[in-house]
Design a protein around this ligand. Sequence first.
Ligand code: B16
Ligand code: MG
Length: 218
Amino acid sequence: MNKKAFIFDLDGVIVDTAKYHYLAWKKLANSIGVDFTEIQNEQLKGVSRVKSLEKILSWSNKTISEDQFMELMTKKNDDYLSYIAKMDESEILPDVTNILDYLIEKKQPIALGSASKNAREILKKVNLYNKFDVIVDGNDVTEAKPNPEVFLIAANKLNINPENCIVFEDSVAGVQAANIAKMIPIGIGRKEVLHEADDVFTDFTEMSTGYLKELIIK
Ligand code: B16
Ligand code: MG
């Protein structure tokens, strides 16, 4: 049995902040005359703030100055921060705390691997910060998912080989990043969207402790 590690994405896996990113991006896109659909939103999940805005601008063929770009990024984040300001433990997704506690009880190393620069603040707000051995977020990386940097840094800090790392992800970019890192991606969301993952669960309520045990001893 090889020692495993469990890496959790944040937005859309631990907390439902994906809906706040959506609302903030939609408002911003509409304010510059760009249509913004849920399908386009799917392509922004797991993607950094800079890359997300670049994508929105490319869909509309808009070019703006660097100053305007920075202004829009600040606007989006301020809007997003106003949503997350009110967050508390009630916004933790179903069974996430149970799964974390089970892994802690089984002495499994746990990391956060998120593209978000707001990750630490959110974890503190929902009282989960202390459950992680290692936290790697948007402030620690230079490359955005699907680049595997965020997960590789987490594996390195935990001192576990990438092929023994299980990654829980809700985004296509994140599943691709885990695959590129040669890790084991488990999708949290829809099978049609996350078909590159090894397994997909709608949410953690569908994941049995038997399944986790298998992952630990595999
Ligand atoms: P921020 P994750 C990602 O977090 C989100 O999925 C993505 O929608 C967001 O643009 C990105 O974080 C950056 O977030 O603007 O807060 O720095 O899913 O990797 O936990
Ligand atoms: Mg996510």
